[in-house]
Design a protein around this ligand. Structure first.
Ligand code: EPU
Length: 310
């Protein structure tokens, strides 16, 4: 989200009040998979992205901060009041053209995996283990069980800050482990769709692998509870879960947030957890791993409105 402190001019946001579909002071909790959220000063849910280029161009021209969200399965809303416009992109749709599969940004990855199994398209089985949207998965180069977005992405459809649509080749997305150019330097760009490469295989083979992904996930991760997935990235050559576990932190609780007893890199919301609880627990996990192993864990989750250390 652009930093408004760099902008000495007052925000010209009066037009947002009357923009079709915009709501004011919208609670974000219902849009948070984690069940945690303050309020968005302005909020819009877009089931169709036709108006998005014009909207994004205008927001940038007027220097209005904005945040694009999908299912918010990897995002902690930590601000009481989030300035500017929060845009929930709920576009859905999958179209298959030979080996290429194009998917709207708001489509859930497990839904994509299931559709691919039905259609006998192989290569995206890992998506069954990624509980987020396609847009969020491209943004964070999401991955699971040996697959990640960068292995399969052909191109991403995006809207730039001037409101122009582009198709970016995978190389232009500069993917590395859980990272992309969008996360690093193009935070004002909006990912609207992605096209993936697949191969042909009998539907039962694809489905069998998809079920394996789901089975392994159920066995190793607390999927029956609310979490944001992996809290920290794995440091090179090691595993954040193993390091946090070795510090004896499984089960540690601050308020309604708990280090999952099943997987130490997950923080589950036991009910009523606040963003402060989660940030305090993250700080504790990070400090204990730093003290014991001299390794600084880097957050994998996206914290909005506050520095991850609280
Ligand atoms: N481990 C422990 N204790 C724990 C948890 C894990 O000792 O409490 C050990 C495991 O025994 C294993 C190693 O740590 O030897 C790695 O654990 P795991 O196989 O569960 O994978 P991970 O590295 O913790 C990564 C991704 C997950 C993805 C899984 C499965 C990251 C940060 N996480 O987890 O992605 O689902 O592999 O492929 O890269 C996510 O990004 O949100 C996410 C869930």
């Amino acid at each position: 989200m652009p930093d408004t402190r760099e902008n000495p001019r007052p925000l010209s946001i009066a037009w947002l009040t009357t923009y079709p579909g915009v709501r004011e002071y919208e609670p974000l909790q219902p849009y948070s998979w984690y069940g945690i959220g303050g309020r968005a000063r302005y909020f819009i849910d877009l089931p169709d992205d036709a108006a998005l280029p014009e909207l994004v161009g205008r927001l940038n021209a007027d220097q209005v901060p904005y945040l694009v969200i999908g299912a918010a399965t990897n995002t902690l809303f930590a601000a009481d009041d989030l300035p500017g416009l929060t845009i929930k992109l709920s576009t859905t749709g999958i179209s298959i053209d030979g080996d290429a599969v194009s998917v709207a940004a708001g489509t859930l990855m497990p839904k994509l995996a299931a559709e691919m199994a039905r259609a006998g398209r192989a290569g995206l089985e890992f998506a069954a283990g990624v509980p987020g949207t396609v847009g969020g998965s491209v943004f964070g180069n999401a991955g699971a069980f040996g697959g990640e977005v960068k292995d399969r992405l052909l191109r991403a459809e995006v809207v730039d800050p001037q409101g122009k649509r582009h198709a970016l080749a995978a190389a232009d997305c500069v993917f590395t482990y859980r990272d992309s150019v969008f996360k690093q330097s193009r935070e004002r760009w909006v990912i609207t769709a992605a096209t993936f490469a697949t191969t042909t295989e009998p539907p039962e083979n694809v489905r069998a692998r998809l079920l394996e992904v789901q089975k392994h996930r159920r066995a190793t991760q607390p999927i029956e509870q609310r979490s944001l997935g992996s809290t920290f990235k794995n440091p090179p050559g090691d595993s954040a879960g193993r390091l946090i576990d070795a510090c004896g932190l499984k089960g540690l609780r601050i308020g309604g947030a708990q280090v999952s007893p099943k997987h130490a890199n997950f923080i589950v919301n036991l009910g009523g957890a606040s963003a402060d609880d989660v940030l305090a627990l993250m700080a504790e996990m990070r400090d204990r791993v730093q003290e014991r192993f001299g390794i600084e864990l880097e957050p994998e989750i996206r914290v909005i409105g506050r520095a991850p250390r609280g």
